[in-house]
Design a protein around this ligand. Structure first.
Ligand code: FAD
Ligand code: FES
Length: 298
């Protein structure tokens, strides 16, 4: 099953803001009526949005949910500069230009049933979307691990289910995921009760160390989050000899493959090459992005 997108799917729409919510830590979820984007969105793909008429450059945001029937897409964002800060102030009924969906999304290996999906900070949306899309999959079983240093922008519950290798003091779960039948666990350095005190890849390590050798042959990892988190995840995948896909973030200008402003050094079968994160990614094989890290770990 391929979940990746491609360039032929990109649409330009003038989308109305139809819902919005704000959460502690300056986090915002916005829902846009964008039926063409919703129809083609896949987990890991993103849209390039105008934040405000006064902000000339678009900003890339991962798609967190898409309803192709109702024709909307949803995004979670945390402003770091003036563009997303303006978007955070836009009321319901305002219109936003949406270019998307863009990029190659996650493409899980059908030969490995168990997916460990790791999301950190504003890298949580693609993992949440993957969980939603795979919630009734007969082919894959997910374990979602999320990390955040600000309160998680979701309703949380207390799980009574044990998860192999993970301490029973780590019991907070995302209620939506639980309703979809997908187990989840959370990590933070902010001291939130029921969450692992530390970084989210440590939770993945606990789970992997609880597996017997034969089980590992069935496991793959997908991840999205800050580069340091992705690098730690790539090292973990290398150590346990697991395939791992990472969704990478890079500053973008055009967002559609024309300016080479978002290039990243990636290993290819023909040697190192500069790849455009917007259309060649944002999802890459971890070993291709972190080749030197992986080599150093051997
Ligand atoms: C594929 C993809 C998906 C993403 N998904 C999400 C998401 O779901 N949620 C989310 O919150 N964020 C996401 N991001 C990150 C987000 O797009 C950026 O952080 C964005 O720049 C923030 O916009 P802003 O207006 O808040 O800050 P900006 O005004 O863009 O500035 C942020 C900071 O970066 C600096 N900066 C801006 N452009 C450059 C540049 N070209 N070179 C060097 N420094 C620069 C600025 O000076 C400032 O300090 C994603 C990025 C990518 C590439
Ligand atoms: S942002 Fe222009 S090529 Fe990627």
């Amino acid at each position: 099953m391929s979940m990746s997108g491609n360039r032929d799917t990109i649409a330009l729409e003038d989308a109305e803001i139809i819902a919005r919510r704000s959460f502690p830590g300056d986090q915002h979820i916005i829902r846009l009526a964008a039926p063409r984007c919703a129809a083609k969105a896949t987990p890991g793909s993103f849209a390039h949005l105008t934040c405000d008429p006064t902000v000339p450059m678009r900003r890339p945001l991962s798609i967190m949910l898409a309803d192709p029937t109702a024709g909307w897409v949803e995004f979670l964002f945390k402003p770091v500069g003036h563009g997303l800060a303006r978007l955070a102030q836009r009321p319901i009924g305002d219109r936003v230009s949406v270019l998307g969906p863009i990029g190659r999304g996650f493409d899980p290996d059908p030969g490995r049933r168990r997916i460990i999906a790791i999301g950190g900070g504003v890298g949580i949306p693609p993992v949440y979307f993957l969980a939603e899309r795979l919630r009734s999959s007969a082919d894959f079983e997910l374990l979602v691990l999320m990390g955040s240093e600000v309160p998680f922008p979701f309703e949380l519950g207390d799980s009574s289910e044990a998860i192999n290798g993970i301490s029973d003091t780590v019991f907070k779960e995302v209620s939506d995921l639980a309703e979809w039948g997908i187990p989840s666990r959370l990590a933070s350095n902010a001291g939130y009760g029921g969450c692992h005190a530390g970084h989210v890849p440590e939770l993945a390590r606990d789970w992997l160390e609880g597996c017997v050798y034969e089980e590992l042959a069935n496991v793959q990892i997908v991840a999205c989050g800050p580069m340091a988190m992705l690098e730690a995840t790539a090292r973990l995948a290398q150590e346990f000899n697991l395939p791992c896909q990472v969704a990478v973030e890079e500053y973008m200008a055009c967002g559609v493959g024309g300016c080479a402003g978002c290039t990243l050094l990636v290993q290819t079968p023909d040697g190192p090459a500069m790849k455009r994160v917007c259309v060649d990614g944002p999802v890459f094989e971890a070993r291709d992005v972190f080749a030197q890290t992986a080599a150093a770990a051997i």
